[in-house]
Design a protein around this ligand. Structure first.
Ligand SMILES: NC(=O)c1ccc[n+]([C@@H]2O[C@H](COP(=O)([O-])OP(=O)(O)OC[C@H]3O[C@@H](n4cnc5c(N)ncnc54)[C@H](OP(=O)(O)O)[C@@H]3O)[C@@H](O)[C@H]2O)c1
Length: 280
C-alpha cells in the first residue's frame, strides 16, 4: 500500500510515520516545501505522478489565535487544502483521512459531545476546519474524518510550554474553566491506522479518556516532571485571547465505541508515557 502523509513534519505527521515504520507500506512524507496542499495544480500533478492509495492529511493552520487575523490563510490551509486533496485522491481512487478538531463545536454542551451532535464553530480555526470536513465529505466518499483535541506529541504543545514556563517561574496562572481531554499523538495515530486497516469510513471522535481543565492538566504535568512551581487556577476572562475557546470540549469517542472499539488510553496514562519519553 502507498500512503501519502501531508504535514508530515507536524506533531501527528511525525507519529504516523513512526508507527508505519516496519510495516509493509510505501510511505511518502511531505510538508509544505514538497507539497503545498493549497496549490490545486501541484496537488493534482503530485497525485497523478505518485498515485497514492491513501492520503493522511496532517497539515493544518493550527495557531488558533493567528487564524483570527489570518482568515484567508486559515481558509486556504484548513478548507481549500483538504478540498484539493479529497478531489485529487478521488481522481486516482485513493482514500482520505482528514484530521479535525473539537473547535467545530461551540463548547456549550453539558455532556460529552458525540459525532451526531450539531457543529457550531465559534472561531476562525473552527469554522475553517469544519469547511474542510464538508469539502472532504462532498468530494470523496472514501473518507475518514477524525476529530481530536488538546493534542501533544513531537512538536510544540501545551506540555512543553508548561515545562519551560515552570522551570523559569515560581508561580503560574492557568485557566480552570475550560475542560477537555489531553490527547497523545500516539493514541490518535493508532486509531487512525486502525480505521484505515479496517476500511472503517466515516466521522470519528478520537481523544484519550477522562476529563480535566487546563489547570488540572498543568498540575499533572508538574507532578510527573517534579517541577516545583505553584499553579493558581484562573478564569478565561482573566486570560483573554483573540480566539474564543470552547468552555466544554469533551468529545465522546462514540463511533469508535460502536464500531472498531475504543483503543485510546486514559489521558494521565498517555501523559506519563510522553513525559518519560521527554526525560530520556
Ligand atoms: N494541536 C492540537 O492541539 C490539535 C487539536 C485538535 C485538532 N488538531 C488537528 O490535528 C491535526 C494535526 O495537528 P498537529 O498538532 O500535528 O499540527 P502541527 O504540528 O501544527 O503540524 C501541521 C503541519 O502542517 C504543515 N503545513 C502548514 N501549511 C501547509 C500547507 N499549505 N501544505 C502542507 N503542509 C502545511 C505545517 O508546516 P509549518 O509548521 O511549516 O507551517 C506543519 O508541519 C491538524 O489537522 C489539527 O487541526 C490539532
Amino acid at each position: 500500500m502507498k500512503i501519502l502523509i501531508t504535514g508530515a513534519n507536524g506533531q501527528l505527521g511525525r507519529e504516523i510515520q513512526k508507527q508505519l515504520k516496519g510495516r509493509d507500506v510505501e510511505v511518502i512524507p511531505t510538508d509544505v516545501q514538497d507539497l503545498d496542499i493549497t496549490d490545486v495544480l501541484a496537488v493534482n500533478k503530485f497525485f497523478e505522478e505518485k498515485r497514492p492509495e491513501v492520503v493522511i492529511n496532517c497539515a493544518a493552520h493550527t495557531a488558533v489565535d493567528k487564524c483570527e487575523e489570518q482568515y484567508d490563510l486559515a481558509y486556504k490551509i484548513n478548507a481549500i487544502g483538504p478540498k484539493n486533496l479529497a478531489a485529487a485522491a478521488y481522481n486516482v481512487g485513493a482514500e482520505i483521512v482528514q484530521i479535525s478538531t473539537d473547535y467545530v463545536f461551540d463548547g456549550e454542551a453539558k455532556s460529552p459531545i458525540c459525532e451526531f451532535d450539531e457543529e457550531n464553530p465559534q472561531s476562525a480555526y473552527g469554522k475553517t476546519k469544519l469547511e474542510g470536513e464538508k469539502f472532504v465529505k462532498a468530494l470523496n466518499p472514501k473518507y475518514y474524518i477524525v476529530r481530536t483535541a488538546w493534542l501533544y506529541g513531537d512538536g510544540n504543545n501545551f506540555v512543553k510550554t508548561m515545562i519551560s514556563l515552570g522551570k523559569n517561574h515560581d508561580e503560574l496562572k492557568v485557566v480552570h474553566d475550560q475542560v477537555g481531554t489531553p490527547t497523545s499523538t500516539v493514541d490518535l495515530a493508532r486509531v487512525v491506522l486502525k480505521l484505515v486497516d479496517e476500511k472503517n469510513y466515516g466521522t470519528f471522535h478520537c481523544t484519550c479518556k477522562g476529563v480535566c481543565s487546563w489547570y488540572d492538566f498543568a498540575v499533572e504535568i508538574f507532578r510527573l516532571t517534579g517541577i516545583d512551581v505553584k499553579v493558581n487556577p484562573c478564569t478565561t476572562e482573566e486570560f483573554p485571547r483573540p480566539a474564543k475557546r470552547p468552555k466544554y470540549s469533551v468529545l465522546r469517542n462514540y463511533m469508535l465505541e460502536l464500531t472498531t472499539g475504543d483503543i485510546t488510553r486514559d489521558w494521565k496514562e498517555s501523559l506519563k508515557e510522553y513525559i518519560e519519553l521527554l526525560q530520556k
